[in-house]
Design a protein around this ligand. Sequence first.
Ligand code: PLP
Ligand code: COI
Length: 346
Amino acid sequence: MAVEKKDLDWGNLTFDYQPTDYSYVSNWKDGKWDEGGLTDQHTVTLSECAGLLHYCQEVFEGLKAYTTKDGDIVCFRPDMNAERMYNSAARLEMPSFPKDRFVEAVKEVVKANAAWVPPFGSGATLYVRPLMFATGNVIGVAPADEYQFRILVTPVGPYFKGGLKPIKLCVSKYDRAAPHGTGNIKAGLNYAMSLKPTMEAHRNGFAENLYLDSESRTYVEETGGANVLFVAKDGTLVVPKSHTDSILPSITRRSLVQVAEDLGMKVDQRPVAWAEVAEGEFVECGLCGTAAVISPVGEIHNNELVVTFPDGHEECGPVMKRLRETLVGIQSAELEDKHNWVFKVC
Ligand code: PLP
Ligand code: COI
């Protein structure tokens, strides 16, 4: 039987945290993960010498849960988040959380918070944030010997204010990720150093930064919290690829490439030079990610240069709109799930 939903103003939620009923927690000690389970405690007590606090051993994930028209609760491709967190942890010398246990833990915590999963059609979703961090003591630079894996969930609205209104980006003078560094994993350290560029961008009236590759400052990489997509004049979906493995492998982006192909679109995944963007080769641009979904980009500023995307300047362009509607339709189980991406929770 469907649970009664919480009495929230679902249509006006922002992308902010509020505690829900349960989180999930498991601890790694003596070389193994404990059984794990739900907790109603939303705080963490740490040693002042925990590895997290000194050397930033922390990785995280982001996915969403949705209520379908039929009242089921589903998640989108949690196995992909399990896989990416596994890789992120390995890169920071942390013990990987078993992928099957990750998916089961997502299921358990979402089910326990079913009343917090926004109703179908509300425009809101339940954001699911798995995270893992070093709790063991370290003073010399070394991996810790104890860790905690948690999953918190919180209901959210759109990531960018204004919902589907095209946003403005600026090309950052800062770098996001070093070549062959940690740009391809989801670690908190990548976001700590993006905060100053983000706040500067906001103060200058931009929603986000667009980062170029830090090796040559020639190619488009991604933004602080989402991958980038372009539409060429002939309708091809152009997806930036990194020479230096410094773009986060977005699950939304990889899904959209498949969706575009299923819709019969031509897709080109290749390095994209900033010069192509500056010369007006693209008619639409969008950001994609779990939080961003697909957010249309109307303009990108690079110092004095302003690049506008003619088919998506005033409102979301037709290609981004079609991709977004198809993706959201699959995620909320309104459209056929050809690739078995939708995972039923309850
Ligand atoms: N790029 C960055 C830097 C991100 O933080 C995110 C968010 O997770 C993405 C891209 C989008 O990835 P995904 O579609 O897996 O959420
Ligand atoms: C997500 O899309 O899930 C992220 O983690 C991005 C973050 C900037 C909110």
